[in-house]
Design a protein around this ligand. Structure first.
Ligand code: SF4
Length: 322
């Protein structure tokens, strides 16, 4: 039944200056209610790339400067070019990670930033000429192109946050079952995540099903790896709101003939609020879930679509609602 679905703690790498240590260049720490709440629910691995390359706290600011078309990490006050050090730290750190499910990085940082990082034409006295990615952030994308990677600023967006939570908990569950290479567990995983995966990408979900249908053609390790690669790609592109609404309507179809007109109207109203971005998807899922329990629908009851991440995290999804 729905209430018995077990979650595993996702393993996330996080920029250390977000809620963990006052290691910013100016000696400050960044507050993030989301990361603070997640501390109790995920296994964080905090890292500060700038401290790791021995820049110290506090330190003079650094910036990305484009030289010969390539991003370089420069400290204008000393003239130091830190590109080599940062790249080499990033490679060795990322290669050392075992079983990571995602990243939360500091927005706009020349090291950790994943978007909108200022890129300058000269080390000093210049205005940024464009926006790019921090050096550590770029290395994360290169090493883990399909893992969930967000910054604490983007996680203030409800849809991005819900998708991030859904992805990291699904990947954490798969990581756990991969420990035993038990085919029965994998088939059960696919079945329980069917509606959720279909809401992301129907074609890739079918390919995953095909792999399971031809299980005898693969060694267990190979089978799990192929499945994992498709799972990552499936969850890499967040479902559009209409796709989630389709799946909600699909699920409603299982119970609608047992509902009153008022109950259906209540649900459609919640779904409209979700469509407008003023209500989390989880609220609609919870309404459906109550009916799944009431009508004892066994197929829907096992679907992770109704409970993609722990309910204790629901308050975090309302932190930044309009
Ligand atoms: S943004 Fe990254 S490099 Fe900068 S202080 Fe935070 S953790 Fe360190």
């Amino acid at each position: 039944m729905i209430g018995l679905v077990k979650f595993h703690k996702p393993k996330l790498v996080v920029s250390k200056c977000i809620e963990f240590e006052a290691c910013r260049y100016n000696g400050l720490i960044i507050a993030s209610p989301i990361v603070k709440t997640l501390k109790n629910h995920v296994e964080f691995q905090p890292i500060c790339p700038e401290v790791e390359i021995k820049l110290g706290v506090p330190r003079d600011p650094i910036r990305i400067v484009e030289i010969d078309g390539e991003p370089n990490l420069i400290q204008p006050s000393t003239g130091k070019n830190l590109t080599q050090q940062m790249n080499s730290f990033s490679d060795s750190f990322l290669n050392s990670l075992k079983g990571v499910d995602g990243f939360i990085l500091k927005n706009r940082s020349p090291s950790c930033g994943i978007k909108a990082v200022k890129v300058y034409p000269y080390p000093e006295n210049s205005m940024p000429q464009k926006k790019g990615v921090g050096l550590f952030g770029a290395a994360v994308f290169e090493k883990y192109p399909y893992l969930p990677v967000e910054d604490e600023g983007r996680l203030k967006n409800l849809i991005i946050l819900e998708n991030f939570l859904t992805s990291i908990y699904t990947l954490a569950k798969f990581r756990k079952l991969k420990e035993s290479y038990d085919l029965h567990d994998l088939i059960e995983f696919h079945s329980q995540n069917k509606l959720l995966l279909l809401s992301y990408q129907q074609d890739l979900t079918r390919k995953m099903g095909n792999i399971l249908a031809h299980q005898k053609e693969y060694e267990a390790e190979d089978l799990f790896q192929r499945y994992y690669e498709l799972l990552l790609k499936t969850m890499h592109v967040p479902p559009e709101t209409p796709s989630n609404i389709n799946m909600l309507m699909h699920a409603l179809g299982y119970v609608s003939d047992k509902l009153s007109r008022e109950e259906k109207a209540f649900f459609l109203d919640a779904m409209e609020k979700y469509r407008q971005g003023v209500m989390p998807l989880l609220v609609c899922l919870n309404i459906l879930k109550a009916w799944v329990i009431r009508f004892n629908d066994e197929y829907l009851a096992q679907q992770s679509f109704f409970r993609p991440y722990p309910e204790e995290l629901m308050p975090v999804t309302t932190l930044y609602m309009k």
